[in-house]
Write a protein that binds this ligand. Structure first.
Ligand SMILES: NC(=O)C1=CN([C@@H]2O[C@H](COP(=O)(O)OP(=O)(O)OC[C@H]3O[C@@H](n4cnc5c(N)ncnc54)[C@H](OP(=O)(O)O)[C@@H]3O)[C@@H](O)[C@H]2O)C=CC1
Ligand SMILES: O=C1CO[C@H](CO)[C@@H](O)[C@@H]1O
Length: 275
């Protein structure tokens, strides 16, 4: 499998999305976010995942401009938060995100969580933004199969991406198969289990391949064909998390990692959100 740091996946509408991105949840707006995003862009990342809820869109925008890399070479994702949902509110929320980013478009805009009674109207606003050319792609996050089926029953434009919690302890096999069948690109959040990388098998594979546990886990995501967005604000780790392209996990090791699944979530369950 010839993956490189420049590898992309093609979304349903034909646009290319980088396989690897930097997540910035909990990076403080200002210097911390700016430094992390700049370090990532210098290390070769070309995709950044933020959200209005992260309150660091300004720092992301500043770093993108400071990098000197043309805007069109960087893939910027942001998301509409739960209390901003609804048709008009989402249009307004998007405008605010663009203002904070100081950009004139976003590459991908996501419905952050399936807020019951609101997500269809919210998604309708995303379709409108897509029609207006203000976002290059639209999608959802934290949608289970039944949420996707419900949405696809009435939407005009199929969601292109579903960003969900996924890692070796939560392999999301059914959701992954469903998304693959529908052509919806799966993207994994919390891919590193927030740094809880002390699983014996992962450590054993790290020794076998001469890589770190984080690199083993991230390579597993990429070889599955899942887009992933590890977060770090430490320059060394940002580089480590992108140093994934000089080895390949053997099929039996991919299967062994799959076998770690315990359906264990570190984040909220989309069927029981209370925020
Ligand atoms: N759509 C959604 O609802 C959600 C989306 N996300 C997105 O996904 C991104 C990633 O998920 P996140 O929850 O941040 O968790 P991750 O699994 O990416 O883990 C991040 C944590 O692991 C540490 N870490 C990073 N690299 C390494 C490494 N090589 N070795 C050891 N520890 C490491 C980081 O610390 P340090 O920074 O100190 O290096 C941080 O504490 C988010 O930043 C966000 O963009 C996340 C949650 C929900
Ligand atoms: O994007 C996010 C960052 O992490 C939070 C805590 O798990 C999530 O709730 C949120 O969706």
């Amino acid at each position: 499998m010839s993956l490189t740091i420049n590898s992309t996946v093609e979304l349903l509408n034909g646009i290319e999305m980088p396989c690897l991105g930097l997540g910035v949840w909990r990076a403080k707006d200002g210097q911390e976010t700016e430094n992390a995003v700049l370090a990532a862009l210098q290390a070769g990342y070309r995709s950044i995942d933020t959200a209005s809820m992260y309150r660091n869109e300004q720092g992301v925008g500043r770093a993108v401009r400071a990098s000197g890399i043309p805007r069109e070479q960087i893939f910027v994702t942001t998301k509409v938060w739960n209390d901003e949902q609804g048709f008009d509110n989402t249009l307004k929320a998007f405008r605010n995100s663009l203002d904070r980013l100081e950009m004139d478009y976003a590459d991908l805009y996501l419905v952050h969580w399936p807020v019951v009674g609101k997500y269809k109207e919210t998604y309708r606003a995303l379709e409108e933004l897509y029609d207006q050319g203000l976002v290059r792609a639209i999608g959802v996050s934290n949608f289970n199969i039944h949420h996707l089926e419900d949405l696809m029953g009435s939407c005009r434009i199929k969601p292109m991406v579903n960003q969900v919690e996924m890692h070796p302890l939560l392999t999301q096999k059914k959701l992954f198969a469903f998304c693959r069948k529908e052509g919806i690109q799966l993207e994994s959040w919390r891919p590193l289990m927030q740094g809880r990388l002390d699983l014996p098998l992962i450590q054993q594979l790290a020794a076998k391949y001469g890589k770190t546990s984080a690199q083993i886990v991230l390579r597993w995501h990429l070889q599955l064909g899942v887009v992933t967005i590890p977060k770090s604000t430490q320059e060394g780790r940002i580089r480590e998390n992108a140093d994934l392209f000089d080895f390949e996990l053997e099929p039996e090791d991919m299967n062994r990692i799959d076998g770690l699944n315990e359906d264990q979530r570190f984040g909220a369950d989309p069927d029981h959100i209370d925020f």
